[in-house]
Design a protein around this ligand. Structure first.
Ligand code: ZN
Length: 135
């Protein structure tokens, strides 16, 4: 089951400069910065109420974020939905005909298991599914 919007991902050139903007805008400090090796990104999270914003900076020219910025895009990058059971959701969405970027969930930032759906099958919006890791 898809529960809620977990976070909105924003692609930025420089996470430190962008954090200043968002921390001032939202009146709150970043609660976590983390490098996700598998995606070649540095992430920073801010929380307002139940909602989160994830800032993403490329750590490598091959990063999806570097390619996104190179293509002349900026800002809104993806929307992430919180799910109860990411494995079951991936099976369900594949059956429904969605194009999965990740066939299986993998480790993501902020203690999550994640997988992305291709924008080709989602009206042009990059969608991330995430499930809190159970410890
Ligand atoms: Zn994300």
């Amino acid at each position: 089951m898809i529960n809620k919007i977990e976070h909105v991902g924003i692609a930025v050139q420089n996470i430190e400069a962008s954090l200043k903007v968002f921390e001032t805008l939202l009146g709150t400090n970043c609660y976590k910065q983390e490098i996700v090796e598998s995606e070649n990104v540095k992430t920073a999270f801010l929380q307002i109420g139940d909602s989160k914003i994830e800032l993403l900076e490329a750590t490598d020219p091959n990063s999806p974020i570097a390619k996104f910025l190179e293509a002349g895009k900026k800002g809104f990058h993806h929307i992430a939905f919180d799910v109860d059971d990411i494995d079951a959701e991936l099976i369900r969405l594949k059956k429904e005909g969605f194009n999965l970027i990740h066939q299986e969930a993998k480790p993501g930032a902020d203690n999550k298991r994640i997988a992305f759906l291709h924008p080709k099958s989602t009206e042009g919006i990059l969608i991330e599914l995430c499930q809190e890791k159970r410890s």
